[in-house]
Design a protein around this ligand. Structure first.
Ligand code: DX5
Ligand code: ZN
Length: 222
């Protein structure tokens, strides 16, 4: 099974509930929420308050991506607000296993993520505990950036690490995912795909955006 996770960072916030409902009707699997603290990344976005609103708008799992310097203090508020998955960055986690265990004890799926420049090896301590591994395919911070093809080899490497460890964790990718780039990450072994612009800014609408991601396959030439 493949997961499509619309990133609401690219949604029209004056119509958030409506757009989340449209994603659900169109067969989206998870709703991805990008939390940015203005410190780990320059941008500042959403807190537990928005997750709580999303929780009322959908029954889909809410996939919370914490781009924050201090994830520890935010785990409980986001879990209480209704997050289903909590994903933390290895770059800021001093005690990765401890953080993942805390997430699990809060009843959420424990996720871990890597920036494009961070080596896959940094995941090693998380492998026995992570239910989700997110490989960033752009530098985090903004929607609408260009996919970084140089990260593909790391997706392959992470796939191998998970398989060798006997892990059933989701391998998710995030950033610049479109009908043009999804075939490459799928081939590299990703199973869950976050997309912002490709869904919310699709010229034919949300349902067409989701459909085009699901149906994109490599052409005969590539
Ligand atoms: C980037 C965020 C992404 C972003 C994806 O920092 O983590 O989830 O919203 O947006 P697109 O698909 O437009 O690159
Ligand atoms: Zn994200």
């Amino acid at each position: 099974m493949e997961i499509i996770a619309p990133s609401i960072l690219a949604a029209d916030f004056t119509r958030l509930g409506e757009q989340i409902a449209a994603c659900e009707t169109a067969g989206a699997d998870w709703i991805h929420v990008d939390v940015m603290d203005g410190h780990f990344v320059p941008n500042l976005t959403m807190g537990p308050f928005i997750v709580e609103a999303c929780r009322r708008a959908t029954s889909l799992p809410i996939d919370v991506h914490l781009m924050v310097s201090n994830p520890g203090q935010l785990l409980e508020p986001f879990a209480r607000a209704g997050a289903s998955h909590l994903t933390v960055h290895v770059e800021v986690c001093e005690d990765l296993p401890g953080t993942l265990k805390t997430i699990e004890s809060l009843g959420c799926l424990a996720g871990v993520t890597l920036n494009p420049d961070t080596p896959a090896e940094r995941l090693r301590p998380a492998l026995p505990l992570a239910g989700l591994v997110l490989v960033m395919t752009v530098d985090p911070g903004y929607s609408g950036q260009e996919f970084m093809p140089e990260v593909l080899s790391k997706v392959v490497e992470v796939r191998r690490m998970l398989d060798e460890a006997g892990s059933t964790a989701w391998l998710e990718v995030d950033g610049g995912i479109s009908s043009a780039t999804i075939p490459q990450v799928r081939e590299a072994g990703a199973k869950a795909f976050v997309a912002g612009q490709a869904i919310f800014r699709h010229p034919a609408g949300i349902a067409a955006g989701i459909r085009s991601l699901r149906e994109s396959r490599k052409g005969p030439g590539g």
